[in-house]
Design a protein around this ligand. Structure first.
Ligand code: SAH
Ligand code: MG
Length: 200
């Protein structure tokens, strides 16, 4: 049988990330994304926010043959751990890790992506959306994690210290739902997941 990844290692990577309070993708969110990708295998995935590489490793399972994931992380310790994890999980040939701030790295990327997973600084979601749309292929899909941010985004309570994040997540929802070229759903799985597809 063709080995897609080292699953035993993936479990260890997941447990360690949870122990260290790394905000990895939640199981129900991963399930929704997996179901989507199984039907429409992407050749190229762009991930914004790798952390220790857990979600990227999970997504490799759904890549088309020869497909690749490009992922971005700015935290030096997480970068080191992600690199080791890609090797442990035996997916290092399928993942390219860009080291640095996505705000600087995204404008340097120019290839098309079939799937974009936005999972980094919440205050930058509108910028990440703009960059994702610029690089999205015609049948592309964009997922944005943590879009409901512990319920803050849909509540009218506006005074907590995460105000900027909440304002920008609301802006992301507004832009994706009002964009005539997009079809957007907001799901209450995990910490909230926005799914946007380009209309045919
Ligand atoms: N996708 C990962 C979890 C990512 S957590 C998983 O599910 O396994 C969010 C990560 O985004 C953090 O590690 C944080 O350091 C990184 N991040 C936040 N803002 C960023 C930015 N502007 N550029 C690059 N990385 C960023
Ligand atoms: Mg997340």
């Amino acid at each position: 049988m063709y080995i897609i990844m080292n699953r035993a290692e993936l479990e260890i990577i997941k447990e360690k990330a949870l122990e260290n309070h790394i905000p990895i993708i939640m199981d129900d969110t991963l399930e929704v994304i997996s179901n989507e990708l199984k039907q429409n295998k992407p050749h190229r995935i762009l991930e914004i926010g790798a952390a220790v590489g857990y979600s990227a490793i999970c997504f490799t399972e759904y890549l088309a043959d020869g497909g690749i994931i490009e992922t971005i992380e700015r935290d030096a310790d997480r970068i080191e751990e992600a690199k080791q994890n890609f090797i442990k999980a035996e997916v290092q040939d399928k993942v390219i890790l860009h080291e640095g701030d996505a705000v600087e790295i995204l404008p340097t990327l120019n290839e098309k992506f079939d799937m974009v997973f936005i999972d980094a600084a919440k205050g930058k979601y509108p910028f990440f959306l703009k960059e994702a749309l610029r690089m999205l292929s015609d049948n592309g899909i964009i997922f944005a994690d943590n879009i409901l941010y512990k319920g803050y985004v849909m509540s009218d309570y506006n005074k907590h210290k995460q105000r900027t994040a909440v304002r920008n997540l609301r802006e992301y929802i507004k832009e994706t739902t009002e964009n005539p070229n997009l079809e957007t759903e907001i799901l209450e799985v995990g910490d909230g997941l926005a799914i946007s597809r380009l209309k045919k």
